[in-house]
Design a protein around this ligand. Structure first.
Ligand SMILES: N[C@@H](CCC(=O)N[C@@H](CS)C(=O)NCC(=O)O)C(=O)O
Length: 270
């Protein structure tokens, strides 16, 4: 679990739970969901990814990878969204988000691990690819490559500057379809992804639905998933974890903006 050692008094002196996060970041969403489900008080520090605030020295002192989310809990730094979920579960076990039945807990953890393993190759690739977005400027890449310890991430951002090909986006889409088909088989006649209660499995995957649905991923044939997402939206945790952090414009406006952005990037590359 990445509990990061720091002696920086600006960090170690922080009391309570401080979450460093970004609005539509799916990794941030899952941590906010866990915090809200557990009824924990947390101090919000929004990190402006658009302005690369995540690469400023003050934030790199918290997470040297320059990624959100990160939690500082009574001065202890925890990074990686799924490790944060497990930290919160250990430290604040009630209400539980992992079953006391070991088999169900293992099953829930498999969904959590799957969300991590698909993050870059499927979710990020589909999102950046189909929106035509790039969060770094070409002129910033040399500096970024110097400060970013995760070289796969550097390569990903390099690639996003040239744009992902239709084939690459399709590969990512197919990986997602495989998972959503599996989710659908479960959710068509079950209320939750694992067992009979809300768990880290639901929390790990609901953000993917919220983000991809907003960006126009086709969920029309996934009736079970859509019904599950609607039930999840009714949970008291949802507004504080997701709704208030989403763009205030309808998703068709977001999707139209994306299409223009992608076209613009392609014309520029041509
Ligand atoms: N494995 C990390 C991934 C975190 C991640 O990729 N965060 C994105 C937002 S969802 C980010 O901070 N992107 C900024 C960047 O890549 O510069 C986790 O699960 O926390």
């Amino acid at each position: 679990m990445p509990i990061l050692a720091t002696a920086d008094p600006a960090i170690t002196s922080l009391q309570g739970i401080h979450l460093y996060h970004a609005g539509i970041s799916n990794c941030s969403m899952r941590v906010r969901l866990a915090l809200e489900e557990k009824g924990l008080k947390w101090v919000s520090h929004e990190v402006d990814l658009g302005h690369q605030e995540n690469l400023k020295p003050w934030y790199l002192a918290i997470n040297p990878k320059g990624l959100v989310p990160a939690v500082v809990d009574d001065g202890v730094v925890i990074t990686e969204s799924n490790d944060i979920l497990h930290y919160l579960e250990e430290k604040f076990p009630n209400p539980p988000l992992l079953s006391s039945d070991p088999a169900l807990a293992v099953e829930a953890n498999e969904w959590v691990d799957l969300s991590a393993s698909l993050h870059m190759k499927a979710i990020k690739t589909w999102v950046y690819g189909s929106t035509g977005s790039a969060s770094k400027k070409r002129s910033d890449m040399a500096h970024y490559a110097e400060i970013e310890p995760d070289k796969a991430l550097v390569a990903f951002h390099e690639k996003s500057l040239d744009g992902f090909s239709d084939e690459e986006i399709e590969v990512a889409r197919k990986m997602l379809v495989e998972v959503f088909d599996r989710m659908e088989r479960r959710l068509k006649d079950h209320a939750f992804l694992v067992g009979e209660a809300q768990s880290l499995a639901d929390i790990a995957w609901l953000p993917q639905y919220a983000l991809l649905n907003m960006l126009g991923f086709d969920f029309r044939r996934y009736h079970g998933i859509v019904a599950w997402a609607h039930r999840q939206e009714q949970r008291p945790a949802y507004p504080g974890a997701i709704t208030v952090w989403m763009p205030k414009v309808p998703s068709w406006v977001v999707q139209a903006g994306m299409k223009v952005m992608r076209l613009f990037r392609r014309l520029k590359a041509a």
